[in-house]
Every structure is written in structure tokens, then in C-alpha cells.
Design a protein around this ligand. Structure first.
Ligand SMILES: NC(=O)C1=CN([C@@H]2O[C@H](COP(=O)(O)OP(=O)(O)OC[C@H]3O[C@@H](n4cnc5c(N)ncnc54)[C@H](O)[C@@H]3O)[C@@H](O)[C@H]2O)[C@@H](O)CC1
Ligand SMILES: Nc1ncnc2c1ncn2[C@@H]1O[C@H](COP(=O)(O)OP(=O)(O)O)[C@@H](O)[C@H]1O
Ligand SMILES: [K+]
Length: 523
């Protein structure tokens, strides 16, 4: 079983971890062309794979009318090759080509398609009859807003019911930020070509991208590393990447204190459930020892739910928040501390008291609000050990008002905040992003809106604390372990949603699916 964990990654596993900007994609392609690959040959190869995929998704039935939207660049060129192939396979094809000034290679394909008798149109109206639309208007070459008539025609097209497959990117979506440039195609599915573009990992463009899949066209890994460096600065957290950071196999001679000791500081009279949920998340991590500091009056409740945890009753403020940790607590006993869920901002003293701890510190929820009151950046810069912050966008804005100006470009915003504060920051969302002070950036590519539910973040805090507390392979960075926790959490959500529907993923259920994610990996 250990062999499974240590096995070298195959090409597809490596490709799946890579994310590029438009500029990087251009440079990588540039190397391929410079090495001798003809541009036309590459276009043919890519487009044949796209055509094959489209045929498997939409097999030819008696009547299948396909509308192909063709832009002025090589995205349009790809679309024309697809149009030609589908025509030869017996699909009824029509082409919308709104711009007459087009690149040379694209114009050759355009001439040939026309010579075959495929009809061309410069208005969208006739395409309402189509069973399927293929969007090859713009790919990663789109630099300015789509304007004028094309914009209006896209808006009209978006109101129709037939499926739309976008080639490379939905036309109108910015390759790096996911922003809508004027108007954009709302695709049912997008076939991303060669390497994942950044837009697929930004929340903003997701509603336009639809289902996303990668069409590999054998870009040599050496050309990728030559442009991106190795290890890459921005990576997608996939199963293959997570494998090394999960505590799947224990040392035979281990004992409980060797498996990490997490201190969770959470809960208040007002929010007692948050303490339970964080505790359940931590328990699922398999951490050797779990201590939970909570207001004294919650002790019976916590013992009831987590009999395995060491419950530390703390003095309470008049509002029922933790006033301070008891003198008997020695912070040097823990391998990680996680604080925040359910604390309320009245627990200011206790949050302040853990800043001096010499182990990784994870701050979430109210601990983040308290941090913002204490002045985020100077406070974090005084920390000697690593700090991990797990804000959602609202908390992020309170913590880092200056970096938040970069929103909705979440990736740039989280990276800047991390550089300024030297903390590892996990910005929650549909595509959660984890930045490590400019060192690395991890993105969680798969998740489910089923997780958008009060309390699911509390599970994540406990799980992450428990994972960080454990002895993970030394060469793995803390940011990668944080990203692994987020991956694990998201996978549990996906699995639970599959079996119980998106409404069936309450946080308690979510905590029970965490272990099933590991079981699936082991089997
Ligand atoms: N070389 C090849 O054959 C390959 C082609 N690929 C395809 O090529 C695409 C990139 O091709 P290009 O660099 O030609 O770029 P695009 O086809 O994405 O579009 C750029 C073209 O649109 C024009 N343009 C940009 N913004 C506009 C606007 N707002 N209104 C009107 N015109 C505008 C530009 O002047 C340029 O002619 C990829 O997305 C992909 O589909 C690659 O993925 C694979 C290899
Ligand atoms: N639309 C979505 N798609 C996928 N995951 C989501 C979505 N919305 C929220 N999440 C995830 O759900 C969790 C919510 O956490 P948080 O906002 O802290 O909630 P709470 O504090 O109530 O527990 C985060 O892990 C976040 O990434
Ligand atoms: K496109």
C-alpha cells in the first residue's frame, strides 16, 4: 500500500496539477512551434481531438444540426476544423462568422469549409434551430471587451435552450481572471485545451464555464517546466497531489503523542455547536490527541459528543465566551492550535494569548474578526511560527481591506495578502485558494455548492488542525497540507452530495464522509 503513496506520478497526473496564464500558454506553445511543430499540424491535432470528444458526447442521430461560431483567431481555426470533421461525419453544420478580418490559417480553413458547401452566416438568428452550438469565437487571445453586434448576438444566444460547447474558454471570459469582457457565452461544457487556464479556478467565470474538462494534446512536460519552473508556483490540488499529505499509514511503533496533539479553542454559550463540529472535523483527521478548550459550562455537552477528546473547561466572560485559558494549559504541549469557530469577539484575550505559541496556529471565524481588530498585518508579522488563516470573502475584506481591492480576482487578492502578512491564507469559496507568502499557490479544483451551509467551515477548521498536528512527510510544505485538508473536505462534500443530494450534506453528515474519502483512496 505504501507503494501506492510513493509511486511517481504519470503524465496525466502531472498535467492535471498545472495551471497557466494566457501569457504562459503562449510561451509554451511558442517553444513547441520553435522546435519545429507546424502551427497548422498542431491545430489539426487539437481540433481532431475536440471533434472526437464532441461526437462521443453528442452521437449522430437521424438529424443533428450543429451551429459553429467562428472567431478571427486560432480559436476560430480550431472551430473550423471541427466543423469540417462533423460535416464529413454526416452532421448538418452551419457556420456563424461575424468578422471578416481573420488570421491566415483560419482563413484557409474558412475557404475550405466554404468549398465543401457548408453555409456561412454573419447573423445568429438561423442558429436558433440548431441542436448543438460550438463556440470558437475567442480563446485565450481575447484581450479587450467584446463589443457591438457580436455582444448582442451572444446575449441572444445565451437565452436559447440548446447545449453550447466552448472550445478552450467560453468566448468573452478573461483567461486569467475569469472576468466577463463585455459579454460572454454561457457554455454547457468547456473543453479546455492542453493545460488548465487560470479562469477555470476563479469563482467569477464559473457560471459561464459549465462542466469543465481538459483535452490533452501532448504538450511535452519539458516545455512546460521550462516556462513555469518546477515545482510550479500555482498548482491544482488533485488526488495524486494530496496522497503524500494524508496520514494514510502509521508507523508500527507509534503511540498517541507521536500522532500529534491538537488544541482546539472554540465555542461559546451562544455558539456551542461550532465547538462540536470543529471537534468532529479534528477527530476525522485521526490526530493522536485532541484537546478542546471551551467555556466551562459547555463541558458536559462536549464530553457527550466527543468522549475521546480531552475537554478543557475555561473561565467565562459575562456573555458566555471563553475569558482565558486555565493556568494549567501549557501551549508548548501541542503540535498545532486551531482557534475561532463559535468564539464570539468577546474571546479576545484568549486569542491574543495564543499568538505566542511556538507551533502552527490556525485562525478561523471569530479569531479572524479579533485579529482584524488587533490590526492584522503587524500582529501576524510578530508571529515566529506559521499562521494559517481560513477566511471567507467577508472575513477576508475585514482582515485585508487593501488586498481586497483586487477582488473579485480572488487569486491575486489572496496572494497579495499572504505576501504582506507572511501568513498562509486559505480563501474559501467555490474554488478555494491557498497562498503561501508568494511561495506557492494551491487551488481546489473540485467542490460542491452543497458545502455552502452553516457549520461546514467549522468541520474544515478541525480537520485542518488535526492534519497539521500530525507527523506528515517532512518534505511536504505546510501550505500543501492546508490545501490537502481543503481537498479532503471538498471530496467528502462531493461524495456525500452524490449519495444524499446537495441538500443532504449537513455538517454532521459531512464529518462522517471524511473517512470514506480515505477509504476510497485505499481501495
Ligand atoms: N496553434 C494552434 O493551432 C493552437 C490553437 N489553439 C487555439 O488558439 C487559441 C488562441 O488563438 P489566438 O491567439 O489566435 O487567439 P483567439 O482565437 O483567442 O482570438 C484572438 C483574435 O481575436 C481578435 N480579438 C481579440 N479581442 C477581440 C475583440 N474584443 N473583438 C474582436 N476581435 C478581437 C484578435 O485580434 C485575434 O485576431 C486558443 O484559445 C485555442 O483555441 C491552441 O489551444 C492549441 C494550439
Ligand atoms: N458554492 C460553493 N461551492 C463549493 N464550496 C463552497 C461553496 N460555498 C461555500 N463553500 C465551502 O463551504 C465552506 C463554508 O465555510 P464557512 O463560510 O466558514 O461556513 P461556516 O462558518 O458556517 O462553517 C468552505 O469550505 C467553502 O469553501
Ligand atoms: K471559445
Amino acid at each position: 500500500m505504501n507503494d501506492k503513496v510513493n509511486k511517481p506520478q504519470n503524465r496525466r497526473e502531472q498535467i492535471d496539477q498545472i495551471v497557466v496564464t494566457a501569457q504562459q500558454m503562449r510561451e509554451i506553445e511558442g517553444r513547441i512551434f520553435k522546435a519545429g511543430m507546424p502551427v497548422a499540424a498542431l491545430m489539426e491535432k487539437v481540433a481532431l481531438r475536440i471533434a472526437a470528444r464532441i461526437q462521443s458526447l453528442y452521437p449522430l442521430s437521424n438529424r443533428m444540426k450543429v451551429g459553429v461560431l467562428v472567431g478571427p483567431g486560432h480559436n476560430g481555426g480550431d472551430a473550423l476544423v471541427v466543423a469540417r470533421e462533423l460535416h464529413f461525419q454526416g452532421y448538418e453544420v452551419l457556420i456563424y462568422r461575424p468578422l471578416s478580418k481573420i488570421k491566415e490559417l483560419t482563413s484557409y480553413h474558412s475557404d475550405y469549409a466554404a468549398s465543401l458547401g457548408i453555409p456561412f452566416y454573419d447573423e445568429i438568428e438561423p442558429f436558433q434551430e440548431c441542436d448543438l452550438i460550438i463556440d470558437g469565437l475567442f480563446g485565450f487571445g481575447l484581450e479587450r471587451d467584446i463589443s457591438g453586434n457580436i455582444g448582442n448576438e451572444i446575449a441572444l444566444l445565451n437565452e436559447w435552450a440548446q447545449p453550447i460547447i466552448s472550445i478552450d474558454l467560453p468566448s468573452g471570459i478573461h483567461t486569467d481572471t475569469g472576468a466577463v469582457l463585455g459579454t460572454a457565452i454561457r457554455a454547457t461544457r468547456t473543453l479546455c485545451l492542453g493545460l488548465w487556464k487560470l479562469a477555470f479556478l476563479q469563482d467569477r467565470g464559473l457560471e459561464y464555464i459549465g462542466d469543465a474538462e481538459l483535452i490533452d494534446f501532448d504538450i511535452p512536460l519539458t516545455d512546460i517546466w521550462a516556462i513555469l519552473g518546477k515545482p510550479v508556483a500555482i498548482a491544482r490540488m488533485t488526488k495524486a497531489a494530496a496522497l503524500n499529505c494524508l496520514p494514510l499509514h502509521r508507523n508500527l511503533l507509534t503511540h498517541k503523542y507521536k500522532q500529534g496533539h491538537l488544541l482546539l479553542i472554540c465555542g461559546s454559550k451562544r455558539y456551542s455547536g461550532a465547538a462540536i463540529l470543529s471537534g468532529l472535523g479534528a477527530r476525522a483527521s485521526g490526530v493522536g490527541m485532541l484537546s478542546i478548550a471551551i467555556p466551562e459550562s459547555l463541558k458536559p455537552l462536549l464530553v457527550n459528543h466527543l468522549p475521546d477528546a480531552l475537554i478543557i473547561g475555561c473561565a467565562e466572560t459575562p456573555s458566555g465566551a471563553i475569558a482565558d485559558l486555565p493556568d494549567t494549559v501549557d501551549l508548548s504541549n501541542y503540535t498545532a492550535i486551531a482557534s475561532g469557530p463559535g468564539l464570539t469577539v468577546d474571546a479576545k484575550l484568549v486569542v491574543q494569548s495564543v499568538f505566542g505559541a511556538e507551533c502552527p496556529l490556525i485562525l478561523d471565524a471569530d479569531a479572524l474578526n479579533i485579529l482584524a481588530q488587533l490590526r492584522t498585518i503587524p500582529t501576524l508579522l510578530r508571529r515566529r511560527e506559521a499562521t494559517v488563516l481560513t477566511p471567507h470573502v467577508g472575513e477576508f475584506k475585514r482582515l485585508f481591506p487593501d488586498s481586497a481591492e483586487l477582488l473579485p480576482d480572488r487569486i491575486s487578492a489572496v496572494r497579495k495578502a499572504s505576501q504582506l502578512s507572511k501568513a498562509i491564507i486559505l480563501l474559501k469559496g467555490a474554488k478555494t485558494a491557498i497562498a503561501d507568502a508568494g511561495e506557492s499557490l494551491w487551488l481546489i479544483p473540485e467542490s460542491t455548492p452543497a458545502l455552502a451551509r452553516g457549520g461546514s467551515g467549522d468541520i474544515l477548521t478541525g480537520l485542518m488542525g488535526g492534519l497539521i498536528a500530525q507527523p506528515i512527510k517532512q518534505q511536504e510544505s505546510l501550505a500543501k497540507i492546508v490545501a490537502t485538508a481543503a481537498w479532503w473536505h471538498a471530496q467528502a462534500g462531493i461524495l456525500a452530495a452524490k449519495e444524499r443530494s446537495e441538500l443532504g450534506v449537513d455538517p454532521l453528515t459531512l464529518s462522517q464522509y471524511l473517512i470514506r474519502v480515505l477509504l476510497a483512496l485505499l481501495n
